[in-house]
Write a protein that binds this ligand. Structure first.
Ligand code: 13P
Ligand code: SF4
Length: 305
């Protein structure tokens, strides 16, 4: 760590103790942010941590829907998002009002919402899922009719793995993963014939088709540790490479596409974490009327997985 970052990191550690805070960071965060976090993980792992922490303050280094999920699960805690404008473009591709309208068209359907949704959308959903458990959760539903929102590509991936369901998709997508094209992978496969190709299920179907593994970011980090894996072509946001490299020195991790950068995930900096801990703001607090409606869908997911 650079000496200026080391100074900031020390300050964060002492503020954390003073405020009884925990820092949770998503796998796509800047390397220096991952390095000061108490826990780095995927959406499911971060929700599990937020639900069980004893800390009074949760500093969420991720995007807005993640902080909202922490607030849904731990309403008695102060949940901070060091950059309040760090949103997820995909989560903004659906609103509670639009979902209510769609539900009128499909009154029999079970509504499964990807965790990349606002609390208000979760409040209109029967079940929440992440990239780790979407296939298993949908497969375990009794109802044949599913409305899956908002990621059409994750929904298509689930449809390809779960038989006997009629899955209606919402036209949302992640701009970062949609930017990954088969050509990027095919070119790298020629250069690195021994490398395993691992992609995220938010990718396009034609990308998923040519991958060796389709995994959540947490799943990718576990896969990277396997003995037989020495080179990996990584089909997701490039921030994850920092963690992979740190946990597996000596192995080679190749980003599938160097422009696969989520700008809002990169908005959180060490300076902003310090300001957030000092001022206990910006706080993300889900209004109680929405929280009580949203928690059912989130808890149902956490109970099953
Ligand atoms: P996971 O880390 O849960 O796989 O999700 C990726 C993502 O896009 C989060 O915004
Ligand atoms: Fe949203 Fe995609 Fe960024 Fe994840 S990577 S926060 S899904 S825009």
């Amino acid at each position: 760590m650079e000496s200026s970052n080391a100074g900031l990191a020390d300050k964060i550690q002492s503020l954390k103790r003073e405020k009884n805070a925990i820092i949770l960071a998503h796998n796509y965060q800047l390397g220096e942010v991952q390095d000061v976090a108490d826990f780095v993980g995927d959406s499911l792992e971060l929700s599990q941590q937020a639900a069980r922490t004893q800390a009074e303050v949760i500093v969420f280094c991720g995007v807005h829907f993640m902080a909202e999920t922490a607030s849904i699960l731990s309403p008695d805690k102060i949940v901070l998002l060091p950059e309040v404008n760090a949103g997820c473009p995909m989560a903004n591709m659906i609103t509670a009002e639009k979902l209510r309208q769609k539900k009128k068209e499909l009154p029999q359907a079970t509504v499964v919402s990807y965790i990349n949704t606002t609390a208000a959308v979760k409040a209109e959903s029967d079940l929440c899922c992440t990239s780790t458990n979407a296939v298993d959760l949908v497969a375990g539903l009794e109802n044949e009719q599913i409305l899956f929102v908002p990621d059409k590509y994750l929904g298509l991936y689930v449809s390809s793995r779960v038989k006997g369901k009629k899955i209606t998709l919402w036209p949302g997508f992640c701009p970062v993963h949609a930017g990954i094209k088969p050509g990027h992978i095919l070119k790298l496969k020629k250069e690195y014939p021994l490398a395993k190709v691992v992609v995220h299920p938010e990718c396009r179907p034609e990308v998923i088709e040519i991958a060796d593994e389709v995994l959540s970011t947490g799943g990718m980090c576990r896969y990277a540790k396997l003995e037989g894996v020495t080179q990996m072509i990584v089909g997701t946001e490039i921030g994850i490479i920092h963690r992979m490299q740190k946990e597996n020195p000596g192995k080679l991790f190749i980003p599938v596409f160097k422009q696969a950068v989520c700008p809002t995930m990169k908005m959180i900096t060490l300076d902003k974490i310090i300001r957030s801990l000092e001022t206990l703001s910006p706080e993300v607090k889900v209004p109680e009327d929405i929280r009580v409606k949203a928690i059912g869908a989130v808890n149902r997911m956490l109970e099953i997985c």
